[in-house]
Ligand binder design. Structure first.
Ligand SMILES: [Zn+2]
Length: 188
């Protein structure tokens, strides 16, 4: 007798269900790898770049790292995630990054979520939200969009306070430096 099982593969968990999923997935390893992503973000800040860092983990091992290099490279696509995704694909020797988790200190933008979907990365962990440009839950949510051929499981809020403190400290210093330059000019 032929038995047919219908799998509802396209079913998208609603927000409350997703939150429970997120809590169960969050663990000490997530904090450890997010700490490594924060180190990358700090390296970006040292170069005068907006401090955003990313690492990609496969089999509990970091296989790629990246930090924002938009200013230095004069490249609008040089986001931490893009750099890490390219490095991971080189490391694995394939464009499909199956069984990988991407850790990033700020919620990815539409380009980076697009790249994650193209690379078939199954899981994303990010530290803090980006209400202006985030595409993994705040401004947009590409992670569970049925119009794409891939879903991304998302965990957010891992070391979120540390990441937002790093970002706000960077922008505060930038404002102070601009103010000092203006004051120096006006006293000439
Ligand atoms: Zn991005």
């Amino acid at each position: 007798m032929l038995k047919i099982t219908v799998l509802n593969a396209a079913r998208v968990p609603h927000r409350a269900e997703r939150t429970i999923l997120v809590e169960n997935n969050s663990n000490a390893l997530d904090s450890r790898f997010m700490r490594a992503a924060l180190d990358e973000a700090a390296a970006a800040a040292m170069r005068g770049e907006v401090p955003i860092g990313a690492v990609i983990v496969h089999a509990d091992r970091i296989i790629a790292r990246g930090y924002n290099l938009r200013e230095e490279n004069n490249d609008p696509t040089a986001h931490a995630e893009m750099i890490a995704i390219r490095a991971a694909a080189q490391q694995i020797g394939h464009w499909r990054l199956l069984d990988c988790t991407l850790y990033v200190t700020l919620e990815p933008c539409v380009m980076c979520m697009g790249a994650m979907i193209l690379a078939r990365i199954p899981r994303l962990v990010y530290a803090c939200r980006d209400p202006k440009a985030g595409a993994a839950g705040s401004n947009y949510d590409f992670s569970q969009d049925e119009r794409f051929n891939h879903r991304v499981a998302v965990t957010e809020g891992v070391l979120g306070d540390e990441s937002s403190a790093l970002l706000s400290g960077f922008f505060r210093r930038l404002r102070e430096e601009k103010k000092a330059v203006r004051a120096a000019r006006s006293s000439c």
